[in-house]
Design a protein around this ligand. Structure first.
Ligand SMILES: [Fe+2]
Length: 216
C-alpha cells in the first residue's frame, strides 16, 4: 500500500478496472492515515465492505446484461439498468472519494485556485458552500464539486441518490460521502462534524490534478 498520494490520479483510478472487470482499488494511504479525523475502523468497513459491495453489484449487473443480450430476454431490463446505475455510480464516486482526502489535507494548485475566485469569489466562499450543500443533503448522498463544460465553470451539487441525480456531462473534482456508513461509527448523527473533519482532510491537490486533466 503506498504511503503517499499517487502523483497521477488517473493511474490511481486505473486499479478500479482490471482484466475486463471492475475492481476494488487500493487505498492511496494506510487505513489509519486519516486518524483522528477519519478513524481506521470506519474507513476499513467503508472501503472493504461497502465499496466492495458496489464493485460486486456492478460486475453482477454487467454479467446479467450480457446474458440478456445473448438470450434476447429483456424482462428484467428495468431492474438491471437500475442496478447498473446504482452500483456503477457507487463504485465511481467511492473511487473519487478515497482520493478526495489526504492525510493533513492539501492546497489547490494555481489554476484551480483561480477558478475558485472566478466561479465562487475565492476559496473560502467555495468551501463554505461545499460544506453547507453537503450537510443539507436529504438522507444518503454526496456533496460534489464538479466542472460544468458549457459555461466552463465549477458547480457544487447535492447528489441525493447517486443512481438518480446528475447533470450529464459534469466531471466531479472532489466528493464528500454523507451516507451514514461513511461516518456514523465515529460521528453518529453529527454530520456537520464529519464534514468539518472532511474539509480538514480535503485533497485540493487531487482536485487540481482532475481539473488539469479536463482542461487538456
Ligand atoms: Fe460510502
Amino acid at each position: 500500500m503506498p504511503a503517499t498520494q499517487p502523483a497521477n490520479p488517473a493511474a490511481a483510478l486505473s486499479s478500479a478496472f482490471a482484466e475486463g472487470k471492475y475492481a476494488l482499488p487500493e487505498l492511496p494511504y494506510a487505513k489509519n492515515a486519516l486518524e483522528p479525523l477519519y478513524d481506521a475502523q470506519t474507513l476499513e468497513l467503508h472501503h472493504d465492505k461497502h465499496h466492495a459491495g458496489y464493485v460486486k453489484g456492478l460486475n453482477t449487473a454487467l454479467e446479467k446484461l450480457a446474458a440478456a443480450r445473448k438470450s434476447g430476454d429483456y424482462a428484467a431490463i428495468k431492474a438491471l439498468s437500475r442496478d447498473l446505475a446504482f452500483h456503477g455510480s457507487g463504485h465511481v464516486l467511492h473511487c473519487l472519494f478515497w482520493l478526495s482526502m489526504t492525510p493533513g489535507g492539501s492546497k489547490p494548485q494555481a489554476d484551480l485556485a483561480a477558478k475558485f475566485v472566478h466561479c465562487f469569489g475565492g476559496f473560502e466562499p467555495m468551501a463554505a458552500q461545499f460544506a453547507a450543500a453537503t450537510e443539507a443533503v436529504e438522507g444518503s448522498g454526496w456533496g460534489v464539486l464538479a466542472y460544468e463544460p458549457v459555461a466552463d465553470c465549477l458547480q457544487i451539487l447535492q447528489c441525493e441518490k447517486h443512481q438518480d441525480l446528475t447533470i450529464w456531462g459534469v466531471t466531479p473534482l472532489l466528493v464528500c460521502d454523507v451516507w451514514e456508513h461513511a461516518y456514523y461509527l465515529k460521528y453518529q448523527n453529527r454530520r456537520a462534524d464529519w464534514i468539518a473533519a472532511f474539509m480538514k482532510l480535503a485533497n485540493w491537490d487531487f482536485a487540481s490534478q482532475r481539473y488539469a486533466l479536463i482542461k487538456k
